[in-house]
Design a protein around this ligand. Structure first.
Ligand SMILES: Cc1cc2nc3c(=O)[nH]c(=O)nc-3n(C[C@H](O)[C@H](O)[C@H](O)COP(=O)(O)OP(=O)(O)OC[C@H]3O[C@@H](n4cnc5c(N)ncnc54)[C@H](O)[C@@H]3O)c2cc1C
Length: 692
């Protein structure tokens, strides 16, 4: 018999431990598949970020914890419940199948920063060990940068830390950051404690909603006394390079953002076709997946009713552990053909450290706060650590932390060598004309405006609009000169950015990329319009609305079947179609030139999945976010944008803020208008000459 466990967290480990004790080696094999080779003890992540314990103290190697279990550090891609097999990828990218008699899904949940625009680009998540390590490095780097800058505003930005969400993890990490930075100011000469700001943003009127209100109030008062600014009843609506935008219009400036809210089911769970509730797998009372006798689910990925109070179990380590234990006992009962038991558990209590040797606790009906609660918090977690070696390690680290200052070393990584993400709100400047160039940017989503001021006019002129897939910054980087234009976000924009050194490296070694760049540089630098001053002035003064063709009667939808879309293209007299979303906003375009893209996408679909291809949704084959013009744009901007994209037509939307399509603009219309105006002007001059 083979039992496969997917996951390496609280639920999976407890399941494996319990089952290992109940089964003899001759009964069968227990195989545990986890993405990482260690179990992360999440309650200690804030201590890792705050440098009060070493990184390895909060992670325990699975194979050392589970001696009788076959531990495999591999990501499971798919579980086929019908054929009782898992599919995983080995290190070389080859897919393998592995049959099982019973499977236990305990793959937790993932953090989802995309619930707030800009968070995935600028905020640290706080879920996995990497997050805590990166955050710790970043905090120390911020202090080092604050030390060397003479600009007061920059120093304040480096010393401002924003934590979004005041549940357990938000409160703990805000407390640890506050403690680390304030206690370290004595080692720096250029700033003092009063320049440090740690803000905790929370949507409700009290922090720590998981514990009694009085404890939450206590925690807030103590944190405020320690210097944390607690902002209640406000919501973060966007994150930018400057900080966090709040729903009441305030902008919290800060160089460090930690987002502790937002989770999403693990991709493996998302791909499972089983009954779910809010993305969590629904189980029967004994934790088997509804409708499957040999598949079990425990922990954060499952929605398990607690027979103790009839409520769904909360997503905590305490519950995941208990579910793992009870599910393993139920599996043993099922193997012995005994009746299984429903999950039942009375929570032991809650503990939360708030920094400064203080904590709040609710244990066995008692509420404790302050130093005693902190001592209890440390004792309980020390006891709960999975092995004795970890207990001793963490105990020593904590003792060290009380006696000596926190470790301020960090590894300096060169930003010029990195690929990063960036997010900008409509109207934000990405760079200004004249600024030095640091990055090469590719637009992943949204549109930007290319603006330029000249000696004659300080009012910036809109030169072109760039959209998804377009890039900028190459001219300044290759020419080693400041930016010649400003770039401003026209809509919300997401960018992928290459640091200058990495960009130069790729540009000098990768020939097709180099060729693409030199074409762009030539196109953008050409004095094409300078040689056509008459045409330029005609287009500058021509309202775009006068050139726009009406929309075709039939608008395609994102979900229009591919077959219907191709038929519509055949029937279309112009061959230029517009795709809209559910709210009739511009979503994409479809013309004859897109057919090769459609074919390319079909080519990567395995032949056995080709059946019903024509019924598949158009959105699977056509990219979203086409570049578009707004009615308020000038005909010159449209002409420049068409040239920049080498396209012969563009969809036109109502306005920059209203992306409903109103028509489309074709290259011929522009050329016609220039020809008409030039002929008209020449005619006027000729008759004047005649009259003269
Ligand atoms: C910062 C923080 C602090 C917390 N503090 C507390 C606390 O004080 N008390 C408390 O009770 N709870 C706390 N929690 C919540 C607790 O950590 C979770 O509820 C608990 O980890 C859930 O356990 P789990 O086994 O379901 O999932 P996890 O512990 O998240 O483990 C999931 C495992 O599955 C693996 N995995 C995922 N997908 C795959 C795949 N496709 N293939 C192979 N492996 C995969 C992952 O690598 C991971 O090892 C905290 C959480 C965080 C983030």
């Amino acid at each position: 018999m083979r039992v496969v466990i997917v996951g390496g967290g609280f639920g999976a480990v407890q399941f494996a431990k319990t089952l290992g004790k109940k089964l003899r080696a001759s009964d069968g094999e227990i195989a545990l598949f986890s993405r990482e080779n260690h179990m992360v003890f999440h309650p200690l992540l804030a201590d890792v970020a705050g440098a009060s314990i070493n990184v390895d103290a909060a992670a325990t190697p699975l194979r050392q914890m589970l001696p009788g279990v076959v531990c495999r550090t591999e990501r499971v891609h798919r579980i086929n419940l019908a054929s009782s097999e898992i599919e995983f990828e080995d290190g070389s990218g080859v897919l393998h199948r592995f049959p099982y008699d019973h499977v236990v899904i305990a793959c937790g949940a993932e953090s989802n920063l995309s619930i707030i625009p800009g968070m995935s680009e600028y905020a640290f998540g706080f879920k996995v060990m990497r997050d805590a390590i990166d955050l710790r490095q970043h905090i120390v780097r911020q202090m080092e940068q604050a030390e060397v800058t003479s600009d007061r505003d920059r120093r304040r930005r480096h010393l401002s830390f924003i934590v979004v969400g005041a549940g357990f993890s938000g409160v703990e990490v805000a407390g640890e950051i506050n403690e680390l930075v304030r206690s370290s100011t004595r080692f720096y000469r250029n700033f003092k404690k009063d320049e440090v700001t740690v803000s905790l943003v929370h949507t409700r009127d009290v922090i720590l909603p998981e514990v009694a209100r009085t404890l939450g109030e206590f925690a807030r008062r103590r944190m405020e006394k320690a210097g944390v600014t607690v902002l209640l009843n406000v919501r973060a609506v966007a994150a930018t390079q400057e900080g966090v935008q709040l729903n009441d219009g305030r902008m919290l400036e800060g160089g460090t953002i930690v987002c502790t809210i937002g989770t999403t089911p693990a991709p493996l769970v998302q791909s499972l076709e089983v009954p779910k509730d809010h993305g969590r797998i629904r189980t029967s009372a004994d934790m088997r997946i509804e409708g499957h006798a040999n598949a079990w689910a425990v922990g954060d990925c499952a929605l398990i009713l607690n027979a103790f109070d009839g409520k769904p179990s909360p997503t905590t380590g305490q519950f995941a552990e208990r579910q793992g234990r009870q599910a393993a006992l139920n599996l043993v009962r099922a193997l012995r053909s005994e009746p299984t038991q429903p999950f039942r558990f009375k929570a032991l209590g809650q503990l939360c450290s708030i920094g400064g040797y203080e904590a709040v606790a609710e244990m066995f009906g008692m509420r404790i706060s302050g130093f005693l609660a902190w001592f209890l918090w440390r004792s309980v977690y020390l006891f709960k650590l999975p092995t004795w070696s970890r207990r001793i390690k963490v105990g020593l680290d904590w003792g060290w932390d009380v006696l000596f200052p926190r470790d301020l070393s960090f590894l300096n990584s060169d930003s010029a060598q990195r690929i990063t993400h960036a997010y900008y709100r409509p109207g934000d400047f990405i760079h200004h004309q004249g600024e030095p160039a640091h990055v090469f940017s590719v637009i992943e989503e949204g549109e930007v405006e290319v603006l330029q001021t000249t000696e004659h006019s300080r009012e910036p002129k809109l030169l072109a609009v760039l959209g998804k897939g377009d890039f900028f910054g190459e001219g300044a980087l290759l020419g080693n000169r400041p930016h010649e234009t400003s770039i401003r976000a026209r809509t919300a924009v997401r960018l992928r950015q290459l640091g200058s050194a990495l960009f130069s490296n790729i540009a000098s070694t990768f020939a097709p990329f180099r060729e693409l760049l030199s074409k762009a540089v030539l196109r953008r630098a050409s004095d094409f319009w300078a040689r056509l001053p008459l045409a330029k002035s005609v287009l500058e003064n021509e309202p775009l609305a006068s050139l726009v063709d009406p929309l075709p009667a039939q608008l395609l939808q994102k979900n229009t079947p591919l077959g219907d879309a191709i038929k519509a293209l055949n029937d279309s007299p112009t061959g230029e179609l517009v795709i809209v979303d559910e709210e009739r906003r511009l979503w994409g375009t479809f013309d004859r030139g897109d057919i090769h893209q459609v074919l390319a996408r079909i080519a990567v679909i395995p032949p056995e999945r080709h059946t019903g291809l024509s019924r598949r949704q158009l959105s699977e084959f056509v990219p979203a976010n086409p570049v578009s013009m707004a009615l308020e744009d000038s005909a010159l901007t449209a002409a420049l944008t068409m040239m920049d994209h080498s396209v012969s037509w563009l969809p036109v939307v109502q306005s920059k803020n209203d992306p409903r399509p109103v028509g489309f603009l074709r290259g011929e219309q522009i050329v016609n208008r220039i020809a008409q105006k030039v002929a008209h002007l020449e005619g006027g001059q000729a008759s004047q000459a005649k009259a003269g």
